[in-house]
Design a protein around this ligand. Structure first.
Ligand SMILES: Nc1nc2c(c(=O)[nH]1)N=C([C@H](O)[C@H](O)COP(=O)(O)OP(=O)(O)OP(=O)(O)O)CN2
Ligand code: ZN
Length: 149
């Protein structure tokens, strides 16, 4: 059957995807240091406002793996919650992304780059090859997916 692998003992193993959702609030300004003020204004428009603006971001973290026969879990969602706390909530929640998060000092705080930041932070905490996808909702209408490519 599709999605099954064999663990060598003839017993089929099932691959499953599990997702945990968290929300954080942050402000930012879209501004590139490698562009002139005029170019920034032209490209980013209202999002280049010098005083910034805020979002209630929603992040979906998806992990892929085998369902462990003994525990019935791909991984314990309580553990995933703690990794998310460490990699997303502590550094980003109620922060000015551009000023409080060193990563964004020279990286434009687009949702694409927020997704990459979250991937790079989480991938080191999770067991190897388990992180599958980061989906960031900047607004209800603007959604970015990053799969580590
Ligand atoms: N490729 C990207 N484009 C834009 C990003 C981004 O991260 N990646 N971000 C923004 C702004 O940060 C902005 O805050 C988006 O706001 P806005 O366009 O107002 O959001 P909505 O589309 O949800 O609002 P409506 O006005 O209701 O359409 C811009 N571009
Ligand atoms: Zn924005």
């Amino acid at each position: 059957m599709e999605g099954e692998t064999n663990n060598g003992s003839g017993v089929a193993e099932r691959i499953c995807y599990i997702t945990r959702v968290e929300s954080f609030s942050a402000c930012h300004r879209l501004h590139s240091k490698s562009l002139s003020d005029e170019e920034n204004k032209k490209i980013f428009g209202k999002c280049n406002n010098p005083h910034g603006h805020g979002h209630n971001y929603k992040v979906e973290v998806t992990v892929r793996g085998k369902i462990d026969r003994q525990t019935g879990m791909v991984m314990n969602l309580t553990d995933l919650k703690q990794y998310i706390e460490q990699a997303i909530m502590k550094p980003l929640d109620h922060k000015n992304l551009d000023k409080d998060v060193p990563y964004f000092a020279n990286v434009v705080s687009t949702t694409e780059n927020v997704a990459v930041y979250i991937w790079d932070s989480l991938v080191h905490l999770l067991p190897p090859n388990m992180l599958y996808e980061i989906k960031v909702h900047e607004t209800d209408k603007n959604i970015v997916v990053y799969r580590g490519e």
